[in-house]
Design a protein around this ligand. Structure first.
Ligand SMILES: Nc1ncnc2c1ncn2[C@@H]1O[C@H](COP(=O)(O)OP(=O)(O)O)[C@@H](O)[C@H]1O
Ligand SMILES: [Mg+2]
Length: 362
């Protein structure tokens, strides 16, 4: 390949570095050092445990990047190296052009305060503060003026369905509502990057689904760059623009939900994929972007000549089925701004819903 040849079409237009760029990241945990007992360290001691093994990935601004894998596969270690709660053993981490591993203490503090925020599983609320002041707290710390931060907090609370209760106190809320406030607070901060380490794993399934939907909704508004860790492939596929699957510290496969479903890289991923409900994970937008990136068949007004029914890009395939049941041959997938992303045919949908190998079994 030519040294200057762009690998992706987007890179040709955007020559700058990816927002987060991780290369050959490695973490070796060494057993407790003898030195702490005043003894000299052994030269030929145990080699240490490789928790993260030569991991490289990139995250674009505004993406939800999911790290997925079973317990012990190194997910938390990766995410903690990104904000240097854990120091890497080898490799490089660049965020917005900064070399994270070599930030001096003052810059590291600034990076943790302003650029990258870790969201914890238990969104503890301040019991003596109203909802709006729980949410605007993170902004106050950063010196934003009162009016702006309260407006931003109210906007976030509106998005999670608590717009009429911004002056309520936390003890007036149910557990599920408190979770919503916590999520609103996480997304309303002005840190550009959010690190979320299995934030919903302890929730019961209904609240969990609710939180996943709210995260997408908040993300559309606040447009963070999110690194999200989960051991649940359904969650990974629902949330992730890209998914990186880990096993024993190594990357097994990296791609979109559709990439993983259509071409699982190994039996480990096949096993996960077999348990996924495709109809409730894949969206019209995923198929439109995947199969019809060129708007060649559009008229100048942006509509399709055959008047296919417009559907939102977030529509699950499950919800397209009734449309096709009426005899429609395709739908016109439109994004939030109302522009067409392309056609999705019934055939494409049925193909995407069939497990790999079903349609081309020999
Ligand atoms: N401080 C540590 N010292 C030694 N081993 C560790 C330490 N932290 C994590 N590990 C080991 O590294 C591996 C990866 O851990 P972790 O990143 O927490 O996995 P995950 O988040 O995917 O469950 C595990 O085998 C874990 O036991
Ligand atoms: Mg973990």
């Amino acid at each position: 390949m030519h040294l200057n040849a762009p690998t992706y079409g987007e890179q040709a237009m955007k020559p700058e570095e990816p927002f987060i760029k991780v290369e050959h990241l490695t973490k070796i945990f060494h057993p407790a050092k003898k030195r702490s007992l005043g003894l000299p360290g052994r030269k030929n001691g145990p080699p240490g445990f490789v928790a993260v093994d030569d991991v490289s990935f990139q995250v674009e601004q505004g993406q939800i990047f999911v790290i997925m894998g079973l317990s012990g596969s190194g997910k938390s270690t990766i995410i903690r190296m990104l904000n240097r709660l854990i120091d890497a053993s080898d490799g490089s981490i660049s965020v917005d052009g900064k070399d994270v591993r070599s930030l001096p203490p003052a810059e590291l503090r600034d990076y943790r305060n302003r650029t990258i925020n870790m969201v914890f599983q238990h969104f503890g609320l301040f019991p003596h503060k109203s909802l709006v002041h729980n949410v605007d707290f993170g902004l106050k710390v950063r010196g934003m003026d009162r009016e702006t931060r309260e407006q931003r907090a109210a906007e976030a609370l509106e998005l999670v369905g608590l717009g009429d209760r911004i002056h309520a106190m936390p003890d007036q809320l149910s557990g599920g509502m408190k979770q919503r406030v916590g999520l609103a607070r996480a997304l309303a901060t002005d840190a550009e990057i959010l690190l979320m380490d299995e934030p919903f794993s302890a929730l019961d399934p209904l609240i969990r689904k609710d939180m996943q939907e709210l995260l997408i909704k908040l993300q559309r508004n606040f447009k963070k760059t999110i690194v999200f860790v989960t051991h649940d492939l359904n969650e990974a596929m629902y949330l992730g623009d890209r998914i990186m699957v880990m096993k024993q510290g190594k990357i097994v496969q990296s791609g979109t939900a559709l990439d993983l479903l259509e071409a699982p890289a190994d039996p480990y991923i096949e096993k996960f994929v077999a348990e996924v409900d495709r109809s409730k994970v894949l969206t019209a937008g995923m198929l439109a972007e995947h199969h019809d990136p060129s708007p060649a068949s559009r008229t100048s007004s942006g509509s399709f000549p055959d008047g296919a029914m417009p559907v939102s890009d977030t529509t699950f395939l499950n919800d397209l089925l009734p449309i096709f049941a009426t005899g429609a041959g395709s739908v016109n997938v439109v994004n939030q701004q109302g522009s067409s992303l392309g056609h999705v045919t019934a055939e494409k949908v049925f193909e995407a819903l069939s497990p790999k190998g079903f349609s081309n079994a020999s």
